[in-house]
Design a protein around this ligand. Sequence first.
Ligand code: DX5
Ligand code: ZN
Length: 226
Amino acid sequence: MTYRIAPSILSADFSCLGQEVRKVIEAGADWIHFDVMDNHYVPNLTFGPMVCSALRPHARTAQGQAVPIDVHLMVQPVDALAGAFAQAGADLISFHPDASAHVHRSVQAIKSAGCRVGLTFNPAEPLDVLDWLIDDIDLILIMSVNPGFGGQSFIDSALRKIEAARRRITACGKDIRLEVDGGIKLDNIAQVAAAGADTFVAGSAIFGQPDYGAVIAGMRARLRTG
Ligand code: DX5
Ligand code: ZN
């Protein structure tokens, strides 16, 4: 299993986001998780496509290799902004199916804009749309908190949902990432991986500490040893 750590810049220092992105990549981040909130679908407001395109040149390793920008749209409606993020250099775009009137159309639009596409499930949201869409997507994003804010506690029922999502991925046989978002810390990451997740968003756990590299290395060590 190739695990990915995706630090959420929601908890970074907004006064110097470019520097924060470079720092967390140097510390070992695999993806940059970019939380887009619209004060409508969720009761908070963050950043839009212009900030994504400003950060795109910073999302590179010291060797110059591009690091994927993992856009998590918490917006309603979905389609216009998803298109703007594709233009702004997003690599993956995930959205909440309950925020789109035509989920299949939104998925196809993101793919045809050249991005990998994910579906995101709130804690009380069933996985049912996957019956019809799993063959079309690249990523399932399980929310282990209610979307809108960093620094919340992990909701335990997400573990059962991760297991259910993993079963669906195995049954469909396609290479689909299973990402978990919310309340991931050093002390629960191994349990979340054991449930079947392979990609871990972490905001406050990483940006809340002075040494980002130590946290990311600690997470990888726990993923290795279980
Ligand atoms: C919440 C966001 C998360 C958030 C996670 O709506 O989607 O990505 O940044 O933050 P932590 O890791 O602090 O729970
Ligand atoms: Zn997120």
